[in-house]
Design a protein around this ligand. Structure first.
Ligand code: CDP
Length: 196
């Protein structure tokens, strides 16, 4: 069975938590596509070469979740050749046998426009900054600035900008608990996948 769940949305909206829970619930594989861009960003050197030669060790680095890695990621993510180098891997993951959940910015629009389910997970910038602050610590104002700056860069780049697909379901998690957001996502997937 080929079945893709595309989960897009701005920084720290809860895509990672929701994606993992949806993948676990349905027994699908999960790919956090942001980790690819984070790994390219922190690898250093020529970002196009880095994207072409990413290894599992690059993806296993323990500094990928830092604010600095997020900033580096959104800078290299604006380079068309970097994105092009990562397309094939993401597309074949999306259409692998057994079902897949991918989270990112352009999954429903560019990587897998044929995805059976598209979710756009969002929340206010303040709520997202508070959540990311719990994860990375530091100064809340710095985290808020980082989140807003990255969203602007991601939404305004020329190649594959962050955008909600026309046929995506919007889940605004500003006022939701994790459990509620996960339940909303699972019910959107179930609606497209009624045999579960
Ligand atoms: O976890 P968070 O939402 O903060 O970010 P992420 O999903 O790890 O993505 C890090 C950065 O990678 C984003 O700010 C984007 O610039 C870039 N990205 C992208 O361009 N396309 C994707 N499909 C996924 C991430």
């Amino acid at each position: 069975m080929i079945f893709t769940v595309a989960i897009d949305g701005p920084a720290a909206a809860g895509k990672g938590t929701i994606s993992k829970a949806v993948a676990r619930h349905f027994g699908f594989a999960h790919l956090d596509t942001g980790s690819l861009y984070r790994a390219v960003g922190v690898k250093g050197g020529d970002p196009i070469q880095a994207a072409l030669s990413l290894t599992q060790a690059d993806l296993d680095r323990d500094d990928l979740r830092s604010l600095a890695a997020g900033q580096l990621a959104s800078k290299v993510a604006a380079i068309p050749d970097v994105r092009a180098a990562l397309v094939e891997f993401q597309r074949s993951f999306a259409r692998r046998e057994g079902g897949a959940v991918l989270d990112g910015r352009d999954i429903g629009t560019v990587i897998c426009p044929e995805a059976e389910v598209k979710l756009f997970v969002s929340a206010s910038a303040e709520v997202r900054a508070r959540r990311r602050h719990k994860e990375v610590g530091g100064d809340l104002a710095d985290v808020l600035r980082e989140v807003i700056e990255r969203d602007q860069r991601d939404a305004n780049r020329a190649d594959a900008p962050m955008r909600m697909a026309d046929d995506a379901v919007l889940i605004d998690t500003s006022e939701m608990s994790i459990e509620q957001a996960v339940a909303a996502a699972i019910s959107a997937v179930t609606a497209a996948f009624p045999t579960r």
